[in-house]
Write a new protein. Structure first.
Length: 666
């Protein structure tokens, strides 16, 4: 008989396997958890049965998920987006649930004339409508971030709706358990649940914020990471316990705990500390959800699964797009908003699982609905990928709007020649623009933040709304006449798109790219970047120059050293000495520095650097420190002696070969 430890180990092995496979396929890990849950569950390989112990452990995943949502609850942000959140978002959730109820009553009425019984209750329809009303924040935000659409017109609307959906989970977690009652008791049960929730939230928020700040400050003064994390767990689980014993849900207490912590100065530290618990336990929750999916009724009722996949997608698309138009979005923007929000979401599984626990949904509905939700989420990347083509076919006005936008860009750039195209008008782009203006060099900036563009344009800056990663925007900005293109934001996928477009259409125009560090430096150069400016390296150069100047090195020599380092195209600075905290997947593939001291028995003693030919294995000798302590510039004719220390630069495998060659003389 399997113990709880056996089951937990099985869940963890399955979770690791699912995450690795789905990350390799560039799909969200959440889908990996669901799939491995199906595979190891009692309805497939039967490696694990639904265990109460693991089920309770998985419930904590939802608790920490709601805590993180509460932590991100930001009143100023909600206030600034109130029309999108409480207008568009509220309308979408309410209309989706109302649509599910209306569909249920219509089907129940239709089936009353046949011999087939429609056995879904209206309470079950509310649960299904609530589940289908949710969209996947994790998938949609990741896709929009990759496409640089978070600040676009449709991106802002999508984020507003997603934010309200997250908030709507809280009242729905209170409502669904109350639906278990019937008749007059139902009204009393719902009213009592709402009164309890309101009283608890008011009590905690009126005096709770001061108490939370005082307590966390008291704990933080002890300067103990363990104590801080323990108190964090105590607060989260303690408030969850309190709300559960008040007849409400665990998740509501966790949400309130997150809201209380969000108002303190410890918010960012808490986010960092809670993330491991949140991710691991939420993964267990999705595995337990996947275990509930029985593939046999899914196969037998494939037509129902197909209907439950396509109908909610089309219905949500129509509701969201229609509401976006009501809230004065352009046709193309409304259509994109609807397409991005048409799928099911992770909170849908939470609500569906809660409805199943309270027996509001018959077991035979569970597997088809779960399967349809997973399929809709799998379809999301493809819907987003082809959204522009879909919108272009459906809406002729969108094509006209884009044409007007490109015309406005071209109108500003038409009289400009030998100008610089600035991709992104954030802080770096604006600083560059000021320097260009000081030298009377014309420029044209492209950005996707409408608020920033409006303010900058009002101040007389030459900036327009446009996606620099799209050829029409670049051509309208006068790419063929430009003297240079500068990518000022650190987003490598977008920079690679810009490089490809520039190289294909104007190969002689130089492109300068900004990055955070030198991780993607060679990749960007191979794609055609004339120069890549890593912030980390430039920062280290400035640190070194200030340090040298302050310890007495003449300023002329400091400037020359800095210039020489830049002239060497950062070749020396890109290396670093390896440490125990560098063993990440990204760090392992980077160039690094290695010091090798030659012992008396080394086989390379008496040989020159030319004899050793370390460059053949991909290693460069940066410097040589002789046994006497003198540092010598590496020269092909330099003969090595015992006690010499060579500083080598290269990738880990190449450095290992070079070290073996130096010590063994091979």
């Amino acid at each position: 008989m399997a113990t709880t430890l056996d089951l937990v180990l099985l869940y963890l092995i399955a979770a690791v396997f699912g995450v690795v496979v789905f990350r390799s396929l560039r799909l969200p890990p959440m889908l990996g958890y669901l799939v491995v849950g199906v595979l190891i569950g009692p309805n497939a390989l039967a490696l694990a049965k639904d265990s109460a112990g693991v089920g309770h452990l998985a419930e904590f995943g939802v608790v920490f998920l709601m805590f993180v949502i509460g932590l991100e609850f930001n009143l100023p942000k909600l206030r600034s987006m109130r029309t999108l959140v409480f207008g568009l978002g509220f309308s979408q959730v309410v209309l989706t649930i109302a649509g599910a109820l209306l569909g249920h009553w219509m089907l129940a009425y239709t089936f009353s004339f046949t011999a087939v019984v429609w056995d879904l209750s209206w309470q079950g329809a509310v649960v299904l409508g609530s589940a289908f009303a949710m969209s996947s924040t994790a998938i949609v935000v990741k896709l929009m971030a990759d496409r640089l659409e978070l600040e676009s017109e449709h991106g802002r609307r999508v984020l507003g709706v997603l934010l309200f959906q997250d908030l709507a989970v809280v009242p729905l977690l209170v409502l669904i358990p109350a639906l278990q009652s019937s008749g007059g008791a139902l009204t009393v049960s719902i009213a009592l649940a709402i009164a309890k929730a309101a009283a608890l939230v008011i009590l905690l928020l009126t005096g709770g914020q001061k108490v939370m700040r005082w307590w966390l400050t008291l704990v933080a003064r002890r300067k103990s990471d363990e104590l801080f994390v323990l108190n964090l767990l105590l607060i989260t689980l303690g408030l969850a316990w309190l709300t559960e014993h008040a007849g409400l849900s665990l998740a509501l207490g966790a949400f309130v705990a997150g809201m209380l912590v969000a108002e303190t100065e410890y918010k960012h530290q808490v986010e960092t500390d809670i993330r491991p618990f949140h991710d691991v336990l939420l993964g267990l929750f999705f595995i337990t959800v996947g275990m509930k999916l029985d593939w046999r009724p899914v196969i037998d009722l494939w037509y129902l699964v197909l209907l439950l996949t396509t109908l909610p997608i089309f219905a949500k698309f129509a509701i969201v797009a229609g509401l976006a138009r009501v809230f004065r979005a352009a046709p193309g923007v409304a259509l994109r908003t609807g397409l991005y929000l048409a799928q099911a979401g992770e909170f849908g599984f939470v609500l569906l699982s809660l409805g199943s626990d309270y027996q509001l949904i018959d077991a035979k509905w569970l597997s088809p609905v779960l399967a349809s939700m997973v399929l809709s989420m799998l379809a999301t990347p493809f819907i987003v990928m082809y959204s522009n083509r879909i919108v272009a076919r459906v809406s002729s006005t969108d094509w006209m709007m884009q044409s007007v936008q490109l015309t406005s860009i071209a109108k500003k750039a038409i009289r400009t020649e030998a100008h610089v195209i600035i991709c992104g008008f954030g802080r770096s782009g604006q600083n560059l623009a000021r320097l260009l203006e000081a030298e009377r060099i014309p420029y044209m900036a492209l950005d996707l933040d409408p608020d920033r563009i409006r303010q900058a344009a009002a101040a007389g800056q030459s900036v327009v709304f446009g996606d620099a990663a799209r050829l029409p925007s670049l051509m309208a900005a006068g790419l063929a006449r430009a003297s240079a293109v500068v990518v000022t934001y650190h987003d490598t996928p977008s920079a690679l798109k810009v490089l490809r477009l520039v190289r294909e259409h104007t190969p002689k125009v130089p492109v300068i790219v900004r990055t955070i560090d030198d991780t993607d430096l060679e990749k960007l150069r191979a794609a055609g970047a004339t120069e890549v400016v890593p912030e980390a390296i430039e920062g280290s150069l400035m640190l070194a120059s200030h340090a040298l100047a302050l310890v007495g090195v003449p300023m002329r020599r400091v400037i020359r050293l800095t210039r020489d380092a830049r002239d060497a195209r950062y070749s020396l600075l890109r290396g670093y000495f390896h440490g125990a905290d560098d063993d990440t997947a990204v760090e392992l593939d980077q160039s690094r520095l290695l010091s090798v001291t030659l012992p008396p028995a080394a086989g390379s003693l008496g040989k020159t650097l030319a004899d050793l030919a370390l460059h053949a294995v991909g290693v460069t000798v940066v410097s040589v420190r002789r046994g006497t302590g003198a540092v010598t510039h590496p020269d092909d004719n330099l003969r090595l002696d015992s006690g010499d220390t060579l500083v080598l630069s290269g990738k880990p495998d190449a450095l290992a070969l070079a070290e073996a060659k130096l010590l063994g003389g091979g």
